[in-house]
Each structure stands twice: as structure tokens, then as C-alpha cells.
Design a protein around this ligand. Sequence first.
Ligand code: NAI
Length: 507
Amino acid sequence: MAEENLRFDGRVAVVTGAGAGLGRAYALLLGSRGASVVVNDLGGSRSGDGKSSNVADQVVQEIKSKGGKAVADYNSVIDGEKIIQTALENFGRIDIVVNNAGILRDKSFARISDSDWNLVHDVHLKGAFKTTQAAWPHLRQQKYGRVIFTASNSGLYGNFGQANYSAAKLGLVGLNNTLAIEGRSSNINCNVIVPTAASRLTEDILPPDLYKELKPELIAPVVVWLCHESCQENGSVIESAAGWASKFGVSVQNLSNLRFLYENHPEFSMFPTQAIIPGQMALMSSSLITSAIPGKQFDLSQVLHGEQYLEVYERLPTTGTIKNVCKVIDVLDKGRHAVIIAGVDSYNEDGVKLCYGEMSTFIVNGGGFGGKRTSSKAIEAQDPPSRKPDSSVEAKTSIDQAALYRLSGDTNPLHIDPDFAAIGGFDKPILHGLSTLGTAVRCVLMQFANNNPELFKSVKARFAKPTIPGETLRTDMWREGNRIHFETTAIESNKKVISGKYFHFSC
Ligand code: NAI
């Protein structure tokens, strides 16, 4: 259904914490689509002190001034039954509960007091319990309801100084999991939103230029869609930011990823960029790289993946033997450092060429041997257009991603051993460039190719900075015909980890 058709006439929605930030955006959108809205807000400070009726009143005024129906409620969510009572008294029913009210009391774990713990848990977890439980018998009786809980990346993945908050936020995911089961037979759908948006809670957390882009109004359509009767989503955790929303991130939750994960899936496929690995392993286990610089010895702690090109010619088999033919294309002297460009042609058992991989390896302190600086033979990376991206997708990497990625065969200790990483000059083990690339290509394939690996033709990427496992990667994409340019930024460090890259479809 087109978004402009979504109406809520006759429906009654409670939005908690609707006086500001995200809740305000949800209340305004629901009100503009015909819902009668209870604008709940205690009007306290960011840490939960004090109260005021102003913020809720202002939002009610805004909704009414545009012809909508709304009433203010100043109760704390801890008295959730009073909020539901406001809905029943003013509008005679309750259909939608958006549990959104929230506060922060950030402290490092050792310094959290009982009151910091209790108030954060009371507002987020107990408040959602009390408000939802008060609505529940009405939803069950009318055999219809939509409930939203608000979690956080900090709950799903952890964040320094937010032990109280992350515990409460993940508690809400557990509450949702069970209510989705208990509510199913009564047509009550329960889902979790994991937002990232500019508000007073994030003004000192998000980088300033990002803050401007992350408008709460860009999350509101996602939440409002989840609240609509035509939305059958139930028991899901939906991450959303800057106009993007996805169950992506916890990969088995997104069923379209199963074809890359489950060997009995009818369309079980190799993920296209996995084709790089056999060639890379063949190269690294040969002496081609280590003997490429005349008179220089170096070890794995000095070796970084600089650039990668892959072109696929045939459907990649899920089993079989691959023959790799490796060659050094060029060796460049960049002054202090060196770059070795090597190519690998990969063939199946029948001698059919499956793919070509070209890898630039950066050798730290490997230069100064008097070689040339540039190559005319290497396949060049290309910068994206200067306009704003056509699409952006965020994906949270797992803190264990490098450890898991090693199972694909690249066992360089740089990615798991802190002492080894320190020798290479890194604070901690870094993620494999190819793992970052795989995450980015998954975003492109999902956005532009319906997750169909058959449409993949080629990719070129430059690894600009290392990703630290656990960072959130934002992949910005620009479509130019059959070519998708893309760049990937680690949000937490605000560093571009992949620059100047593109992806070709075969269609
Ligand atoms: P905000 O501070 O702008 O809005 C929260 C509202 O809740 C405030 O107006 C506040 O007065 C109200 N509130 C606090 N305690 C209350 C209580 N006991 N009863 C009733 N109302 C109460 O913050 P924002 O960012 O809009 O947060 C909304 C929700 O989204 C929160 O649950 C927050 O934890 C969550 N969230 C926000 C993220 C973001 O990027 N902004 C990220 C992850 C989660």
C-alpha cells in the first residue's frame, strides 16, 4: 500500500514521551493521518527530574491546528494505567500504544547508583509494562491492537557508560518477544523500533554533521507503518535512521539472507565477494607477494589490504575445486611504504574461468627500493558523483565479526591477536577489509538487486581506513545506470573505511 494511503480514522493512539523528539514526530504524523492521539509527556529533564505540562500541550496544539484530534496527558509512564484511562475517557477506546518515553542517566558501570539504575528501568521497562498492560485487555477484547516498544543500539550491542540504559532497552526486546506470541491470536502485533535520530538525548553523542541529517521525522513513517492495521509485522526488531529501515543487522532475522547462509535453502548461493577468498589465499600462501620487493623481507603484521577488484564471469559453485593462476602485475615504491598489485584468474575443474580478482597489498615500511610510484596496468577505483547519495544503509558489525570472518580462511593474526595488532600500530585487532567490503556489498545487493547474486558483475574498492569490529557501517550509494558507486563510513569514528568504489550489475 502506498504510504499516502495509510489512514487511522477511528483509531486511538497513545504515544508516550510525545512532547519532544521522536514521540512528537510520531504523534504529529498519526494525528495528520486521522488518529485520535493521546500526547503523553511528563515534561521532565533529560535525566528524569522535574515535570511540566508545556511540551505535551504544544504538541496537542500543533495537531489540532492542522485539524487533527489530540489530548494531552502529563502522567509518568510508571502510572501507565492513568494514560490509558485518558484515552478511554476522551476517545472511548485504545488501539495503538507507542512506548517511547525515555531518559538517560549515563555513568560508567562502577558509578551507577541504585537510583540511576531504578529510575532508568522504571521509565523504560516498567513504564512500557504498565502502559501496555493497562491497554492489553481492551486490545484483546476488540481483537485488534498495535504495540511499539523502543529499544536502542546501545541495548542490542552495548555502549560505554550506559549499562543501566542498555539493560532496560534489551529488556524491552524480551518483553516484545513474548507479547508478540501472547498477542498473536488476538491480532495484536508487537514490534520494537531501534531508532537513531537527533534529539536532546543524542545531541552530545552523535557527530554534529550527522546530527543534522538524522531527523526524527524520518523515523516516524516507519513507526506509523508498524502501527497500521494493514501491517502484519509481528515480533520484529526494526532498526531505522535517516529514512532507512530494516531488520538487517541480525542477519538470520532477514529471511532474504538465508540463501547465503543455509545449505538446504533452495537458492543456496555463494555471496559474490566470497569469490575473492580462494584467490587471495592462493596468493598469500605462495611466495609471490613476499618475494615481490627486491631485497626486502616483511611479515604479516606489515601487510594491509589496500584495494580489491573482482569480476565474476560464471555462476559461482557452492562446492568444487578451484584452480587459481596468480601473477604479480606491478610493484610500486611509495617512498616509505610499498604497494604490490597482484592478479588471480580462478577456474573450475573443467577449466572454465569463473572470476578474476586483483588485489593491491600495502606493505608498511616496505618502500624505498627505488621503484616506480604509479602503475598503468592496475584497475582504477573511481570516486562517486558529488551529489548527495541516492540511498544509504546502516549495518552494525558484530564485536566478534573479525573472529568469525577468520573462519573463511584469512587467519592473519592482525584480526584477532591484540599483541600482533599493536606491532602493526593498531590499538586493537581490526576487521578484515574484505569483511567490511562484504558488509557494504550486502547493502548494495539488497538495495539495488533484490539480494540476487546473479546480477553481480564486478566490484572495485579502496580500503581507506580500518574498521574496528563492533562499529556501525553506513554505506552511501549512487546509481549511475548499471553502475552503483558506493562509499562506506564507520559512524562511531566518522571515518571513511571504503572510498572510491563501484559495483556493476550485469543487467
Ligand atoms: P527526547 O528526550 O527528545 O524525548 C523523550 C520524551 O520522553 C521527553 O519529552 C520526556 O519528557 C519524556 N519522558 C521522559 N520520562 C517520562 C516519563 N516517565 N513519562 C512520560 N514521559 C516521559 O528523546 P528521544 O530521542 O526522542 O527518545 C525517544 C525514545 O527513543 C527513548 O525511549 C529513547 O531511549 C529512544 N532512543 C532514541 C534514540 C535516538 O537516537 N534519539 C536512539 C535509541 C533509542
